[in-house]
Ligand binder design. Structure first.
Ligand SMILES: NC(=O)c1ccc[n+]([C@@H]2O[C@H](COP(=O)([O-])OP(=O)(O)OC[C@H]3O[C@@H](n4cnc5c(N)ncnc54)[C@H](O)[C@@H]3O)[C@@H](O)[C@H]2O)c1
Length: 335
């Protein structure tokens, strides 16, 4: 696989390392900032470009990684598809559902593979929760709560602080959890959201999404870009037979089965993460390209996650819950 990286800062750097670990040849690092492209290219012996469209269309490139700010994803997806390259695009897939639809259409027409980096599906702790839920370890799940919080990314001048570009913590960050919840518990029925999205005196975003899923499960996602420092994730799934908990600041994964009086609670040993979830993500993408094995994430999953986040932002703006029942989701399925 011969890769062009478009967007060479935060995620571009992570993906360069993970792709290289998987034996991918990084041909060119492209960024509108020459400094960013040059710094990354120096770490992997690649060429430098400040003209991303020309770089991704090179004959010696067959795959494009897109790690620019979200509003530019569609433009580069279109350019890469037009040039016949397979695409690995960071999440959020695109800034709007309409853009996601256009991206899927152009990739389909060009017969190229289009992958969206919903990395939480590759976190071993989240995968362990999913496996235990699906194996019925906690009975019928009724409630899922996820907290994801960290410092404000990039500082006050970064594109993340431009909420029109980034969609704030709700679209940019909580989309990880919205996607994972849909992955594990099925389609959402209703979404309600309250979000801070403050920029003055300092940027600070805090958001709370509550969803009822079609299955009846209630899910709450709290996301914050208001931490003084660091990053923390907590997840809890409660069923009629037990509860699963994960806290990134504490033990790996804690699983407690309801004590029926027949014995002690079961504590499942944690899973010390052996490999970066971003590397699992690359392995899955490469297997899709090389063997045709379907990856854990499809572009349609990326679109549906943006749809959930868009609904959450609409709810936050209007103060009303948004209905996402079957009809809207099915309409997308049929596109
Ligand atoms: N999966 C994850 O865990 C995760 C984490 C953070 C960010 N992201 C996503 O990854 C994407 C990139 O985020 P980031 O944190 O790397 O941002 P960043 O600001 O650190 O880096 C973006 C880079 O893109 C370059 N750039 C900006 N506009 C460009 C353009 N039009 N053409 C070419 N280059 C351009 C910038 O110069 C910068 O080097 C976003 O979509 C973001 O939501 C994903």
């Amino acid at each position: 696989m011969n890769l062009a990286i478009v967007g060479c800062s935060g995620m571009g750097r992570v993906h360069a390392e993970m792709a290289a670990n998987c034996g991918v040849n990084i041909v060119v690092c492209a960024d509108k900032s020459k400094e960013a492209a040059t710094a990354l290219a120096a770490t992997c012996g690649a060429d430098v470009s400040t003209n991303a469209k020309r770089a991704l269309a090179r004959k010696d490139v067959d795959t494009v990684l897109i790690a620019t700010p979200t509003p530019f994803h569609l433009d580069y997806i279109k350019a890469a598809a037009k040039a016949g390259k397979n695409i690995f695009c960071e999440k959020p897939f695109c800034r709007t559902v309409a853009e996601c639809k256009e991206a899927i259409a152009v990739a389909k027409a060009a017969k190229v593979k289009l992958f969206v980096g919903h990395v939480v599906r590759y976190f071993q702790e989240f995968e362990a929760i999913r496996e235990q839920v699906q194996a019925g370890k906690i009975g019928e799940p009724g409630f899922c709560k996820i907290y994801r919080g960290g410092i404000f990314p990039g500082g006050p001048k970064s594109w993340f602080a431009n909420y029109k570009m980034s969609g704030g913590v709700t679209l940019d960050c909580m989309i990880h959890d919205l996607d994972w919840i849909r992955y594990v518990f099925g389609e959402p029925q209703r979404i309600y959201c309250q979000a801070l999205m403050r920029t003055k005196p300092a940027p600070m975003d805090y958001s709370q999404v509550t969803m009822r899923m079609k299955s009846g499960l209630i899910a709450t996602v709290i996301g914050t870009w208001a931490h003084p420092q660091g990053f923390r994730v907590k997840a809890e799934v409660c069923g009629d037979g037990g509860m699963l908990q994960f806290d990134s600041a504490e033990a790996p994964l804690n699983s407690m089965v309801r004590d029926t009086g027949n014995g002690p609670s079961m504590i499942v040993p944690g899973s010390p993460v052996d490999k970066s979830p971003y590397q699992y993500e690359w392995e899955d993408f490469i297997a899709w390209v090389e063997t045709g094995r379907k990856p854990k994430v499809t572009a349609m999953d990326g679109l549906k996650a943006v749809k959930m986040a868009e609904a959450a932002l609409e709810s936050a703006a209007t103060g009303k819950p948004i209905r996402l029942l079957g009809e809207a989701i099915r309409r997308i399925d049929n596109d």
